[in-house]
Every structure is written in C-alpha cells, then in structure tokens.
Design a protein around this ligand. Structure first.
Ligand SMILES: *[C@@H]1O[C@H](CO)[C@@H](O)[C@H](O)[C@H]1NC(C)=O
Ligand SMILES: *[C@@H]1O[C@H](CO)[C@@H](O)[C@H](O)[C@H]1NC(C)=O
Ligand SMILES: *[C@@H]1O[C@H](CO)[C@@H](O)[C@H](O)[C@H]1NC(C)=O
Ligand SMILES: *[C@H]1O[C@H](CO)[C@@H](O)[C@H](O)[C@H]1NC(C)=O
Length: 503
C-alpha cells in the first residue's frame, strides 16, 4: 500500500501548510533542548513572522543550573563530534558545507567556531571492499538502497570533488588514497588498513558541550524564549489536536503548536510508526599524557566506514574512540502509551514496547558489552599505530550515546500527518550535530511550510498507516553505508547478560 493512500484518516489541511497560507501560531512549545529543539527555538525567536508567538522550551535538564546542561546523558555532550561535508548524499554535502562556512567563523568570541568549538584537523575516510550488506528485505516505501561503507566513501568522494569545483583551493586539500599503501602512509600504520579512502583537510571536529553552551547563550540573549525545566511524560490532546505536554510533576504546558524534538526519547511520546528507534552506540575515553597529547594534536579525524569505528584528535589529554554502527536497542514496555498514529487508531490491546535510552543517569552502573570494548580497542591498534602504549591502556570511561535512528539516516522533520498542532524534529541518526549552526533555520522553514526543496520527501513523515508502519518496523535499522557490517537489533541487556554468563 502506498503511504499516501491512507484510509484510516485523511491528512488534515492544517498539517500541510504548504497548501494553505501559513499563519504563525500564538504559542509554540518545544519539547527537548538538544540540537534540533534549541536551534529551532532560536531560529523562531529571531524571525519577524514569529514576533507575536510565545516560545517555550521544556527539557529535563535546567540550563540555568551549572553542570546540568547539556544533560550528561544527552547525545550532544563531551568534547568532540565529527564535522564534515563528506556525505554520500549530495543534499547533506551541501548542508554540511553551509554549516562549515559558519563553523569556520572564529574571529569573534561569539562566532560559532571560536574558543575551540571547531577545529579543522582534516578527516581521513577509509573503507574496505566488502560484499554488499545483506538485504534484510521489506524496506518501506521510499527507503534508499543500502550502501556498503565503500559505496558510501566513493559517493562521498564524488560529492567532495564536485564541491572542489566550486572552491578551487579545496582541490588542494583533498587527496584520494587509492590503495592500502597510500592509506598506510597517511596513517603511519604498518599493518592493516582499508582498501580505499581519501583525506579531506577541510573537515574537522567540534566541541559538542561547548557548542551547546554557546547555543544556549545565543538563545537566552534573544530574551524571547521561556525555558522550563521538567520531564515531559506524555502529550496532551483532544480528539483532533495535540494541545500541550504533561510533566512528571503533573504540571501541564499548553501551546497551539507542540514541536517534539526529544531525540532518542521521542518514541516514548509519539508513535513514530517504525520511522525512528533509539539505538545505543559505544564510546570509550583514554587518558593520555601531555607528550601524547602533543604528538596526536595534529592528527586528522579517522573514520573507518567498514566498521563505523572512529577516533577524534584528543583534547585536554583525553582521547575518544567510538563506533557509529547499528548499536544496541533497549526495548521498554511503556506504562503510558505514546500518542497513537492517528486520532482514529484503536487503543492498543497489549502494552506497547519501544526502544528507549538507558543511560548513566537512569542506570548508573550501565557499562558497554565487552565485545564492543574489544572493537574500540581494535580501532586504537588499526588506526593509531603510534604511540603503541595506548593500545593496552584501560579506558577511563565508556558510555552509550543514544541516537534516534531512521532506516535511511534521513532526519524526520515534519508536521504530523494526522494530529493538528504537532510537529516533530527527530531522527538525528547520529549525524546531526555538525549542522548545529544551520539546522534550526531549516526546521523553522519546515514549520513555516517551506521545507528546503532538496529535503522534501527525505525529511517528511513517511508512514501514515499501520500497514506501512509494519513494513518500516521490519526495516528498522540504519543502512546508509556508515554503520559497518555488524548484527542488527542486538538487545543491550542480552549483549551485557551473555557476557556476564561467559565471564
Ligand atoms: C593535509 O594536512 C596534512 C597536515 O597538515 C598534510 O600533511 C597533508 O599534506 C594535507 N593533505 C592534503 C591533501 O592537503
Ligand atoms: C577498516 O575496517 C576494515 C574492516 O574491518 C579493516 O579490514 C581495515 O583494516 C580497517 N582500516 C583501518 C584503517 O582501520
Ligand atoms: C481541540 O483543540 C484545538 C486546539 O486547542 C481546538 O481548536 C479544537 O476546537 C479542539 N477540538 C475539540 C473537539 O475539542
Ligand atoms: C571537504 O571539502 C569540502 C569543501 O570545502 C569542505 O566544505 C568540507 O570541509 C569537506 N567535506 C566535503 C566537501 O565533503
């Protein structure tokens, strides 16, 4: 069944503002102050069209409290995120390039990339020739063909070359690494390497927590945003419309338009119909010496698209290694069901289970599976031959970072097709941080009914009925070519438990 031929409930006129003149609501409630939520609030606050609209941001972390924001278990914490325009999909290459123009502004302390928020260390992408990823079948309508890491790297290279034709000096800053020998030379490795790759000296990395603090300052300075600390437990609605959000303390925040930007937690509030699920991705941190810090200070970011393993240059004597892969799921049976797919959806007959984050705040003893720690260790050996002293050094900390993953890694930024008064901005798929300087304006454009042409279709709410939802749920795991070849749908508890039994 085509997604558009929904019979259960016709899309409401108010949910497709491109067809009717857009008139800004009198009040907007943004649920979540991560990259999507906070940039949206800031962009709206700066727009004349919204000058009579009250803007409220609710989040469980209170940004006015030292150390509480960004929440230590949110996705945009710690000191490093890859910032690249290197994408297999040219729409994201252009958006990444737009973001990089902003990140490179570093002259004034308030510029996005100033005070160490962005560093242009270069990015080394490598991949192995591998058999195509197995087709798990039954992908939903509009799901992109699956790419291997090598496909992704080659498409990304083509997109970088086409950007280079726009920026002549870029041509001097990217170089193909056509064979293992060339990769080994750049890495300084003697042993393994990918079979193909390239280096782009015009990409780098950003300090996530510092950038979020900067973003909060920008938002606060508008004087237009009301920040409310509180944990949203459900959305309030009547028979046609979402009307607000209910907080854990029983309080209710009402608004004409609710924008849910709750990252990996979104599925607990809104039935996303298989379009996005929470996956936990592993990270490890090593403490290094001052000498090691200096030796590694000028290394590029290294990303192996065949495994999803990557290493970011160290800051303050901490080196981070991580795996951007299919991750772990954490199925939770909800006591309060999420907002159903449509006002006409019959109430669930059995409790609803969705994958939701399990973090260091809710479960302080959560570790990462030993096999994942071993993978992180192998990244250190394969990608960072010098200094060898790092290869056996224990991690000072490991953690899970929770993504809101979509099958095609496209974001989910759209009005809800069946509920009035509801807009969602989620589905980060673990690659949204880099867009921090520009994404809020794109989301605000979508709210105003002007989704950027190149993202129409990609960012839209695609699953409009339960039949399509079932097909999407079957294809739940991100297959965009950046996630390595690992198993899909591994349950965190089982991965931890099996190892517990083994040891
Ligand atoms: C990238 O930068 C590194 C370090 O500055 C340099 O050695 C290398 O030649 C550069 N590569 C390209 C392709 O510009
Ligand atoms: C990237 O991963 C592949 C697959 O595991 C491996 O063969 C290759 O050596 C890795 N390359 C680097 C540079 O780590
Ligand atoms: C539901 O709430 C919306 C927004 O407040 C309102 O416009 C609409 O009239 C309400 N519908 C019903 C049936 O109460
Ligand atoms: C490498 O090159 C582009 C072009 O400057 C640059 O914007 C970005 O930093 C990197 N990634 C690309 C193009 O994919």
């Amino acid at each position: 069944m085509a997604a558009s031929s929904s019979s259960s409930s016709d899309p409401l006129p108010a949910s497709s503002p491109s067809q009717v003149p857009f008139s800004p609501p009198s009040s907007i409630l943004v649920v979540g102050s991560g990259v999507f939520g906070l940039t949206t609030a800031l962009a709206l606050a700066r727009r004349d069209a919204f000058s009579h609209c009250s803007i409220t941001v609710v989040d469980r972390s209170d940004p006015s409290q030292p150390g509480a924001f960004p929440s230590p278990d949110a996705a945009s914490v710690d000191t490093s995120r890859i910032i690249r325009a290197d994408y297999a999909d040219s729409a994201y290459t252009s958006l990444g390039d737009e973001a990089l123009v902003q990140w490179r502004k570093r002259d004034q302390p308030t510029d996005p990339g100033a005070q160490g928020r962005y560093r242009e260390s270069g990015l080394l992408l490598v991949a192995d020739a591998a058999p195509p990823a197995p087709d798990t079948g039954s992908a939903g309508e509009g799901v992109k063909p699956k790419l291997t890491g090598l496909d992704y790297a080659r498409l990304s290279w083509a997109n970088v070359l086409s950007l280079a034709s726009k920026y002549p000096d870029l041509a001097n800053r990217v170089r193909e690494l056509p064979d293992p020998e060339a990769i080994r030379e750049v890495l300084g490795t003697r042993g393994t390497s990918g079979s193909w790759g390239y280096i782009n000296n015009s990409s780098g990395w950003g300090n996530a927590a510092a950038a979020m603090a900067w973003l909060y300052d920008q938002a606060k300075q508008t004087g237009r945003i009301n920040f409310v600390p509180g944990t949203v437990v459900s959305l309030e609605h009547n028979t046609t419309s979402v009307t607000g959000a209910r907080l854990a303390d029983g309080g209710i925040l009402s608004a004409e338009l609710v924008v849910v930007a709750a990252g990996a937690w979104t599925g607990g509030l809104v039935d996303l119909a298989g379009q996005a699920i929470a996956t936990g991705q592993v990270l490890g941190y090593l403490e290094i010496t001052e000498g090691e810090q200096q030796a590694l200070a000028n290394m590029p970011v290294i990303l192996n698209l065949s495994t999803g393993l990557f290493i970011i240059p160290p800051t303050d004597r901490v080196l981070k290694v991580a795996r951007h892969a299919t991750g772990y799921i954490n199925p939770i049976t909800l006591t309060t069901p999420p907002l159903p797919l449509s006002p006409n959806t019959p109430p669930p007959t059995t409790p609803i289970t969705v994958s939701l984050p399990r973090t260091s705040l809710t479960h302080p003893s959560t570790t990462i599976p030993a096999s994942a720690a071993a993978d992180l260790r192998s990244a250190l050996r394969d990608m960072l031959p010098e200094p060898p002293s790092l290869h056996t050094r224990p991690f000072i900390k490991t953690r899970l970072c929770w993504y809101s993953d979509t099958p095609d890694a496209d974001f989910l930024i759209d009005y809800h097709p069946h509920w009035r008064g509801l807009f969602v901005a989620t589905g980060d798929s673990g690659h949204a941080f880099k867009f921090l300087p520009v994404i809020g304006d794109k989301i605000a454009d979508c709210i105003a009914g002007n989704c950027p042409v190149e993202f129409r279709g990609k960012w839209e709410w695609k699953v409009k009925d339960s039949v399509t939802a079932a097909a999407w749920a079957a294809a739940a795991f991100t297959e965009d070519g950046t996630r390595g070849e690992g198993a899909r749908g591994v349950v965190l508890d089982e991965a931890l438990g099996e190892e517990g039994q083994k040891s």
